[in-house]
Design a protein around this ligand. Structure first.
Ligand code: RB5
Length: 144
């Protein structure tokens, strides 16, 4: 069982999928750091993208999951934070490549664009796929 803390954050449009993914993380044995939102009341996705980015960049959590309606806004917000590599994924293939090639430390998903089963498959792939290193090292370094 992994003993790792995963930060999760969403806006109102990502709230339901965030709750689904929290349950999945708990089943998988991860500790969950829930940074909100806490319901369907309208909020601003940059606040939650930033919160997840700060949690990961500070080491409070090792990796994170962010969800908004499309995953676009919250991933843009998170990627403005130094040290964050948020990958907006739509399927297992993009989740795998985000880890293997980009060493992504945040998975971004769209609550209105990705169904829960696909999202859970992305989550598992994101958490279980190692970074490949090698030829990707200088490219990932340039992101910083
Ligand atoms: C909220 O309506 C929506 O704009 C937001 O969740 C997100 O999709 C933005 O990128």
């Amino acid at each position: 069982m992994p003993s790792e803390t995963i930060a999760v954050a969403s806006d109102h449009a990502g709230y339901e999928l965030k709750e689904v993914l929290k349950r999945e993380l708990t089943v998988m044995g991860y500790e969950v750091l829930d940074l909100g939102a806490d319901g369907a009341e309208s909020v601003d996705y940059p606040d939650f993208g930033r919160a997840a980015a700060k949690a990961v960049a500070s080491g409070r959590s090792s990796r994170g999951i962010v969800v908004c309606g499309t995953g676009i806004g919250i991933s843009i917000a998170a990627n403005r934070h130094p040290g964050i590599r948020a990958a907006l994924c739509h399927d297992v293939e993009t989740a795998r490549l985000g880890r293997e090639h980009n060493d992504a430390n945040l998975l971004a998903l769209g609550g209105r664009t990705t169904d829960p089963e696909t999202a859970k498959a992305c989550l598992r792939t994101f958490l279980e796929t190692p970074y490949e290193g090698g030829r990707h090292d200088p490219r990932v370094a340039k992101l910083a």
